[in-house]
Ligand binder design. Sequence first.
Ligand code: ZN
Ligand code: ZN
Length: 252
Amino acid sequence: MSIFQNIFQTIHAHALPTACIVCGAFQDQQICVECIKLLANEQLSNYECCRQCASMLNHFELTDHRCCECAKNPPYFDETYCLDRYEGRLQKCLHQLKYQGRLFYASGLALAWNTLASANQNMDLRGYLLPVPLSQTKLCLRGFNQSWEIARKIDCGKFLQKNPHILMRHHHAHNQATETKANRQRMIKDAFFINPLYQKTLEGQTIVVFDDVMTSGATLNEIARILKDNGVSRVINWVLLRTLYPSVRSEA
Ligand SMILES: [Zn+2]
Ligand SMILES: [Zn+2]
């Protein structure tokens, strides 16, 4: 870097500083170097997790790299990668995006993903990357789909096409967050459908589904079921945050 670039960057960082979305320190990135280090040390992917559903494994499950629940009742999706736990440092940032409408946080969360998760991903995947959709009603109320706002900024290699129009969702008046797991599973059944314009394009494809939060996995399982019913051969979930105690958190 030349001395002029150095001077320019220093002036830029002081004249137009950016607050780190995690700790609030002013500097020139959306997440500061210290917070990236902390996130790297704590991230869920440092632990042995089930390849299929990303729940943390017990010692007797380590040899199969798969949890007992997935062995007993295999979900429709094939793999799941989660960056961090819901209870970790990124939860507040996600809430700022989702409930306060601060879209700037989507860039910071995508930066966290690109810095910490991309190294663990296969960048040669071919197919489509689809965000978990909101219904049209909810999209109008919130004004944006948080999963898409993050997904559109993440690195996914050259061969995955990002598309927010393929997977659609019916509107459901109830709030999933207040329901029991069994009720959530009933409510989510048939909640999704494929945009008829894209039905034929899914045959034999690999699909990456991007979600901001995974709780019980009921939503992602139903999406994978619909995708496979439409000819998709492999479904991989990429998830920002995963709850460790599925029954008490929201996926909405
Ligand atoms: Zn920070
Ligand atoms: Zn599992």
